[in-house]
Design a protein around this ligand. Structure first.
Ligand code: ACO
Length: 329
Protein backbone atom coordinates (compact mmCIF):
# COMPACT_ATOMS: atom_id res chain seq x y z
CA UNK A 1 0.00 0.00 0.00
CA UNK A 2 1.28 3.47 -0.87
CA UNK A 3 2.21 5.48 2.17
CA UNK A 4 0.58 8.89 2.52
CA UNK A 5 2.76 11.61 3.98
CA UNK A 6 1.91 15.14 5.07
CA UNK A 7 3.75 17.76 3.05
CA UNK A 8 4.18 21.49 3.46
CA UNK A 9 2.70 22.95 0.26
CA UNK A 10 2.76 26.65 1.17
CA UNK A 11 4.28 29.03 3.68
CA UNK A 12 3.59 32.64 4.56
CA UNK A 13 4.84 35.02 7.22
CA UNK A 14 3.59 38.35 8.49
CA UNK A 15 5.30 40.91 10.73
CA UNK A 16 3.86 44.21 11.97
CA UNK A 17 5.46 47.33 10.48
CA UNK A 18 6.77 48.97 13.68
CA UNK A 19 10.45 48.13 14.37
CA UNK A 20 11.83 48.40 17.90
CA UNK A 21 15.62 48.77 17.67
CA UNK A 22 18.33 48.11 20.25
CA UNK A 23 19.00 51.85 20.15
CA UNK A 24 15.45 52.57 21.25
CA UNK A 25 15.72 49.95 24.02
CA UNK A 26 18.87 51.68 25.27
CA UNK A 27 16.66 54.67 26.09
CA UNK A 28 14.10 52.49 27.89
CA UNK A 29 16.26 50.25 30.12
CA UNK A 30 19.88 49.95 31.24
CA UNK A 31 21.18 47.98 28.25
CA UNK A 32 23.34 48.41 25.17
CA UNK A 33 23.34 47.32 21.57
CA UNK A 34 26.71 45.66 22.26
CA UNK A 35 25.31 43.55 25.15
CA UNK A 36 22.20 42.52 23.24
CA UNK A 37 24.10 41.63 20.05
CA UNK A 38 26.88 39.72 21.81
CA UNK A 39 24.56 37.77 24.17
CA UNK A 40 21.62 37.11 21.83
CA UNK A 41 22.34 38.16 18.23
CA UNK A 42 19.24 40.39 18.15
CA UNK A 43 19.40 43.85 16.52
CA UNK A 44 15.71 44.71 16.16
CA UNK A 45 12.22 43.22 16.52
CA UNK A 46 8.77 44.03 15.12
CA UNK A 47 6.04 45.11 17.52
CA UNK A 48 2.28 45.11 16.91
CA UNK A 49 0.93 48.55 17.76
CA UNK A 50 -2.74 49.50 17.85
CA UNK A 51 -5.51 49.21 20.38
CA UNK A 52 -7.60 46.09 20.08
CA UNK A 53 -5.13 44.21 17.88
CA UNK A 54 -3.95 40.80 18.97
CA UNK A 55 -2.33 37.56 17.84
CA UNK A 56 -5.32 36.62 15.65
CA UNK A 57 -4.93 39.81 13.61
CA UNK A 58 -1.33 38.93 12.68
CA UNK A 59 -2.25 35.28 12.07
CA UNK A 60 -5.21 36.27 9.89
CA UNK A 61 -2.93 38.39 7.69
CA UNK A 62 -0.60 35.41 7.23
CA UNK A 63 -3.47 32.99 6.54
CA UNK A 64 -5.18 35.29 4.01
CA UNK A 65 -1.92 35.72 2.08
CA UNK A 66 -1.23 31.96 2.27
CA UNK A 67 -4.66 31.10 0.84
CA UNK A 68 -4.19 33.61 -1.94
CA UNK A 69 -0.66 32.59 -2.93
CA UNK A 70 -1.54 28.88 -2.98
CA UNK A 71 -4.88 29.40 -4.76
CA UNK A 72 -6.72 27.72 -1.90
CA UNK A 73 -10.35 28.45 -1.08
CA UNK A 74 -11.16 28.87 2.64
CA UNK A 75 -13.78 26.11 2.21
CA UNK A 76 -11.05 23.58 1.38
CA UNK A 77 -9.45 23.91 4.83
CA UNK A 78 -10.43 21.11 7.22
CA UNK A 79 -8.28 21.94 10.23
CA UNK A 80 -6.51 24.94 11.78
CA UNK A 81 -4.06 24.69 14.66
CA UNK A 82 -2.64 27.86 16.15
CA UNK A 83 0.55 27.48 18.17
CA UNK A 84 0.66 30.42 20.57
CA UNK A 85 1.31 31.42 24.18
CA UNK A 86 -0.34 34.79 23.62
CA UNK A 87 -3.88 33.86 22.57
CA UNK A 88 -6.32 36.73 22.01
CA UNK A 89 -8.01 35.57 25.22
CA UNK A 90 -7.93 32.46 27.40
CA UNK A 91 -10.90 31.15 25.45
CA UNK A 92 -12.13 30.73 22.79
CA UNK A 93 -9.11 29.44 20.92
CA UNK A 94 -7.33 31.96 18.71
CA UNK A 95 -7.55 29.40 15.89
CA UNK A 96 -11.35 29.83 15.93
CA UNK A 97 -11.03 33.62 15.78
CA UNK A 98 -8.57 33.36 12.87
CA UNK A 99 -11.04 31.11 11.00
CA UNK A 100 -13.75 33.72 11.49
CA UNK A 101 -11.47 36.52 10.27
CA UNK A 102 -10.39 34.61 7.16
CA UNK A 103 -13.69 33.04 6.07
CA UNK A 104 -12.68 29.49 6.99
CA UNK A 105 -16.02 27.93 7.91
CA UNK A 106 -15.59 24.19 7.36
CA UNK A 107 -12.59 23.54 9.63
CA UNK A 108 -12.21 22.54 13.25
CA UNK A 109 -9.60 24.54 15.08
CA UNK A 110 -7.77 24.66 18.35
CA UNK A 111 -4.69 26.22 19.96
CA UNK A 112 -1.46 24.47 20.89
CA UNK A 113 0.47 25.70 23.90
CA UNK A 114 4.04 24.45 23.85
CA UNK A 115 5.76 27.85 23.95
CA UNK A 116 8.69 28.08 21.56
CA UNK A 117 8.25 24.44 20.49
CA UNK A 118 4.56 25.02 19.72
CA UNK A 119 5.00 25.20 15.96
CA UNK A 120 6.70 21.79 15.93
CA UNK A 121 4.05 20.22 18.17
CA UNK A 122 1.32 21.67 15.93
CA UNK A 123 2.99 20.51 12.70
CA UNK A 124 3.34 16.96 14.01
CA UNK A 125 -0.26 16.91 15.26
CA UNK A 126 -1.66 18.21 11.97
CA UNK A 127 0.49 15.75 10.02
CA UNK A 128 -1.25 12.82 11.71
CA UNK A 129 -4.67 14.04 10.56
CA UNK A 130 -3.35 14.53 7.03
CA UNK A 131 -1.50 11.18 6.88
CA UNK A 132 -4.61 9.27 7.95
CA UNK A 133 -6.79 11.02 5.38
CA UNK A 134 -8.96 12.61 8.08
CA UNK A 135 -8.11 16.08 6.80
CA UNK A 136 -7.19 16.98 3.22
CA UNK A 137 -5.87 20.50 3.84
CA UNK A 138 -4.66 21.74 7.22
CA UNK A 139 -3.31 25.11 8.23
CA UNK A 140 -0.73 25.30 11.00
CA UNK A 141 -0.13 28.75 12.46
CA UNK A 142 2.68 29.91 14.71
CA UNK A 143 1.85 33.36 16.04
CA UNK A 144 2.65 35.41 19.09
CA UNK A 145 2.22 38.96 20.25
CA UNK A 146 5.03 38.62 22.77
CA UNK A 147 4.93 42.39 23.39
CA UNK A 148 1.63 41.82 25.21
CA UNK A 149 3.38 39.78 27.94
CA UNK A 150 6.75 41.57 27.97
CA UNK A 151 7.74 43.93 30.77
CA UNK A 152 9.43 46.88 29.06
CA UNK A 153 11.05 47.90 32.35
CA UNK A 154 12.90 44.56 32.65
CA UNK A 155 16.14 44.48 30.66
CA UNK A 156 16.39 40.70 31.22
CA UNK A 157 13.41 39.97 28.97
CA UNK A 158 12.38 43.05 26.97
CA UNK A 159 15.34 42.82 24.61
CA UNK A 160 14.51 39.26 23.61
CA UNK A 161 11.03 39.15 22.15
CA UNK A 162 9.16 40.33 19.07
CA UNK A 163 5.75 39.88 17.43
CA UNK A 164 5.07 37.84 14.28
CA UNK A 165 2.89 35.22 12.64
CA UNK A 166 3.49 32.45 10.16
CA UNK A 167 1.08 30.09 8.45
CA UNK A 168 1.79 26.72 6.84
CA UNK A 169 -0.42 24.75 4.45
CA UNK A 170 -0.22 20.95 4.76
CA UNK A 171 -1.57 18.43 2.26
CA UNK A 172 -1.25 14.70 1.65
CA UNK A 173 1.25 13.32 -0.85
CA UNK A 174 2.25 9.85 -2.04
CA UNK A 175 5.71 11.08 -3.01
CA UNK A 176 8.76 10.65 -0.76
CA UNK A 177 8.50 14.21 0.53
CA UNK A 178 6.91 15.89 3.55
CA UNK A 179 7.27 15.08 7.23
CA UNK A 180 9.58 12.06 7.44
CA UNK A 181 10.20 11.76 11.19
CA UNK A 182 9.74 13.67 14.43
CA UNK A 183 10.88 13.52 18.05
CA UNK A 184 9.02 15.55 20.69
CA UNK A 185 9.83 15.92 24.38
CA UNK A 186 8.57 17.79 27.42
CA UNK A 187 9.60 18.10 31.07
CA UNK A 188 7.23 20.04 33.32
CA UNK A 189 9.80 20.37 36.09
CA UNK A 190 11.32 23.13 33.96
CA UNK A 191 8.24 25.30 34.48
CA UNK A 192 9.84 27.14 37.40
CA UNK A 193 12.45 28.76 35.15
CA UNK A 194 10.21 30.08 32.38
CA UNK A 195 6.57 30.99 32.90
CA UNK A 196 3.93 33.64 33.41
CA UNK A 197 3.05 33.60 37.08
CA UNK A 198 -0.53 34.91 37.07
CA UNK A 199 -3.63 34.95 34.91
CA UNK A 200 -4.31 31.22 35.10
CA UNK A 201 -6.37 29.19 37.57
CA UNK A 202 -3.65 29.12 40.25
CA UNK A 203 -3.31 32.88 40.43
CA UNK A 204 -6.28 34.52 38.72
CA UNK A 205 -5.79 38.19 37.82
CA UNK A 206 -6.10 40.63 40.71
CA UNK A 207 -4.80 44.07 41.64
CA UNK A 208 -2.09 42.25 43.59
CA UNK A 209 -0.90 40.19 40.60
CA UNK A 210 -0.85 43.29 38.41
CA UNK A 211 1.11 45.31 40.97
CA UNK A 212 3.60 42.42 41.25
CA UNK A 213 4.01 42.40 37.44
CA UNK A 214 3.01 38.76 37.29
CA UNK A 215 1.36 38.99 33.88
CA UNK A 216 4.69 39.21 32.11
CA UNK A 217 7.18 36.57 30.97
CA UNK A 218 9.38 35.45 33.86
CA UNK A 219 12.63 33.78 32.85
CA UNK A 220 15.73 32.67 34.69
CA UNK A 221 17.97 33.01 31.66
CA UNK A 222 20.95 30.89 32.68
CA UNK A 223 19.21 27.60 33.57
CA UNK A 224 16.98 27.94 30.51
CA UNK A 225 20.05 28.59 28.38
CA UNK A 226 21.82 25.49 29.73
CA UNK A 227 18.83 23.24 29.06
CA UNK A 228 18.11 24.79 25.64
CA UNK A 229 21.67 24.52 24.39
CA UNK A 230 21.91 20.85 25.33
CA UNK A 231 18.42 19.62 24.50
CA UNK A 232 18.03 21.34 21.13
CA UNK A 233 21.40 20.05 19.97
CA UNK A 234 20.72 16.55 21.37
CA UNK A 235 17.35 16.15 19.70
CA UNK A 236 18.60 17.45 16.33
CA UNK A 237 21.55 15.02 16.48
CA UNK A 238 19.21 12.19 17.55
CA UNK A 239 16.85 12.60 14.59
CA UNK A 240 19.82 12.63 12.21
CA UNK A 241 21.35 9.52 13.78
CA UNK A 242 18.19 7.44 13.76
CA UNK A 243 17.57 8.28 10.08
CA UNK A 244 21.21 7.78 9.03
CA UNK A 245 21.44 11.39 7.92
CA UNK A 246 24.94 12.82 7.61
CA UNK A 247 25.65 16.54 7.78
CA UNK A 248 26.24 16.62 3.99
CA UNK A 249 22.70 15.24 3.49
CA UNK A 250 21.17 18.26 5.24
CA UNK A 251 20.17 21.22 3.09
CA UNK A 252 19.05 23.39 6.00
CA UNK A 253 18.74 23.45 9.76
CA UNK A 254 15.78 25.62 10.79
CA UNK A 255 16.31 26.35 14.48
CA UNK A 256 13.97 28.20 16.80
CA UNK A 257 15.40 31.72 17.07
CA UNK A 258 15.87 32.41 20.81
CA UNK A 259 19.58 33.05 21.00
CA UNK A 260 22.32 32.96 18.35
CA UNK A 261 24.62 31.08 20.74
CA UNK A 262 22.04 28.25 21.10
CA UNK A 263 21.63 28.12 17.31
CA UNK A 264 25.42 27.96 16.78
CA UNK A 265 25.78 25.15 19.33
CA UNK A 266 23.05 23.12 17.60
CA UNK A 267 24.63 23.62 14.17
CA UNK A 268 28.07 22.60 15.53
CA UNK A 269 26.64 19.45 17.08
CA UNK A 270 25.01 18.51 13.76
CA UNK A 271 28.21 19.30 11.89
CA UNK A 272 26.47 21.72 9.50
CA UNK A 273 28.04 24.97 8.28
CA UNK A 274 26.53 28.41 8.79
CA UNK A 275 25.42 28.54 5.15
CA UNK A 276 23.13 25.59 5.95
CA UNK A 277 21.41 27.33 8.88
CA UNK A 278 18.41 29.65 8.56
CA UNK A 279 19.06 32.60 10.87
CA UNK A 280 17.01 35.79 10.99
CA UNK A 281 17.03 36.42 14.76
CA UNK A 282 18.90 39.69 14.13
CA UNK A 283 15.80 41.28 12.53
CA UNK A 284 12.94 39.65 14.45
CA UNK A 285 14.17 38.51 17.88
CA UNK A 286 12.34 35.62 19.53
CA UNK A 287 8.79 35.55 18.16
CA UNK A 288 8.01 32.24 19.95
CA UNK A 289 5.55 30.37 17.65
CA UNK A 290 6.54 32.58 14.73
CA UNK A 291 10.26 31.92 14.39
CA UNK A 292 10.33 28.72 12.33
CA UNK A 293 7.63 29.69 9.79
CA UNK A 294 9.28 33.14 9.39
CA UNK A 295 12.54 31.40 8.47
CA UNK A 296 10.90 28.98 6.00
CA UNK A 297 9.00 31.90 4.44
CA UNK A 298 12.16 33.99 3.96
CA UNK A 299 14.13 31.06 2.52
CA UNK A 300 11.22 29.67 0.44
CA UNK A 301 12.70 30.78 -2.91
CA UNK A 302 15.99 29.01 -2.18
CA UNK A 303 14.38 25.67 -1.29
CA UNK A 304 14.21 22.80 -3.78
CA UNK A 305 11.97 19.76 -3.90
CA UNK A 306 13.58 16.92 -1.97
CA UNK A 307 15.77 19.15 0.24
CA UNK A 308 16.36 17.56 3.65
CA UNK A 309 15.42 20.04 6.34
CA UNK A 310 15.77 19.66 10.10
CA UNK A 311 13.53 21.80 12.30
CA UNK A 312 14.56 22.10 15.97
CA UNK A 313 13.13 24.02 18.90
CA UNK A 314 13.26 24.46 22.65
CA UNK A 315 10.87 26.41 24.82
CA UNK A 316 8.88 26.94 27.97
CA UNK A 317 7.42 23.83 29.60
CA UNK A 318 10.14 22.74 29.10
CA UNK A 319 9.33 21.51 25.62
CA UNK A 320 11.70 20.57 22.83
CA UNK A 321 11.75 18.60 19.64
CA UNK A 322 12.92 18.08 16.11
CA UNK A 323 11.32 17.28 12.75
CA UNK A 324 12.99 15.89 9.65
CA UNK A 325 11.14 16.89 6.49
CA UNK A 326 11.77 16.75 2.78
CA UNK A 327 10.71 19.94 1.03
CA UNK A 328 7.82 19.21 -1.34
CA UNK A 329 8.04 21.94 -3.99
N1 ACO B 1 21.46 44.45 29.04
C1 ACO B 1 22.57 44.55 29.82
N2 ACO B 1 22.82 43.68 30.83
C2 ACO B 1 21.93 42.68 31.02
C3 ACO B 1 20.76 42.53 30.25
C4 ACO B 1 20.55 43.49 29.22
N3 ACO B 1 19.47 43.45 28.40
N4 ACO B 1 20.07 41.46 30.68
C5 ACO B 1 20.77 40.94 31.68
N5 ACO B 1 21.90 41.67 31.91
C6 ACO B 1 22.95 41.46 32.92
C7 ACO B 1 22.47 40.68 34.10
O1 ACO B 1 21.85 41.52 35.05
C8 ACO B 1 23.78 40.09 34.60
O2 ACO B 1 24.45 41.08 35.33
P1 ACO B 1 25.34 40.67 36.61
O3 ACO B 1 26.42 39.78 36.08
O4 ACO B 1 25.82 41.99 37.10
O5 ACO B 1 24.41 39.95 37.54
C9 ACO B 1 24.57 39.84 33.32
O6 ACO B 1 23.97 40.68 32.31
C10 ACO B 1 24.52 38.41 32.83
O7 ACO B 1 23.16 37.96 32.84
P2 ACO B 1 22.77 36.50 32.40
O8 ACO B 1 21.31 36.28 32.59
O9 ACO B 1 23.71 35.53 33.04
O10 ACO B 1 23.10 36.58 30.84
P3 ACO B 1 23.15 35.41 29.80
O11 ACO B 1 24.45 35.38 29.13
O12 ACO B 1 22.63 34.11 30.36
O13 ACO B 1 22.09 35.91 28.70
C11 ACO B 1 19.84 35.36 28.04
C12 ACO B 1 20.73 36.07 29.06
C13 ACO B 1 20.09 36.03 26.69
C14 ACO B 1 18.39 35.50 28.42
C15 ACO B 1 20.25 33.88 27.94
O14 ACO B 1 20.31 33.33 29.23
C16 ACO B 1 19.31 33.03 27.11
O15 ACO B 1 19.25 33.16 25.91
N6 ACO B 1 18.58 32.08 27.75
C17 ACO B 1 17.75 31.12 27.02
C18 ACO B 1 16.53 31.74 26.37
C19 ACO B 1 15.68 30.67 25.76
O16 ACO B 1 16.12 29.86 24.98
N7 ACO B 1 14.39 30.62 26.12
C20 ACO B 1 13.52 29.60 25.65
C21 ACO B 1 12.60 30.07 24.63
S1 ACO B 1 11.55 31.40 25.18
C22 ACO B 1 9.94 30.73 25.34
O17 ACO B 1 9.72 29.57 25.34
C23 ACO B 1 8.79 31.73 25.51
Amino acid sequence: MTRIRAAITGIQGWVPPYILTNKELEAMVDTSDEWIMSRTGIKERHILKGIGLGTSDMAAEAVKALLEKTGTSPDEIGMVICATVTPDMIFPATANIVCDKTGIKKAFGFDMNAACSGLLYALVTASKYVETGTVKKAIVIGADKMSSITDYTSRETCVLFGDAAGAILMEPTTEEVGIMDSIMHSDGSGRFYLHMKAGGSVRPPSYETIDAKEHFVFQEGQPVFKFAVTKMADVAAEIMARNNLKSEDISYLVPHQANLRIIDATARRMGVGTEQVMINIERYGNTTGGTIPLCLWEWENKLKKGDNIILAAFGGGFTWGSIWLKWAY
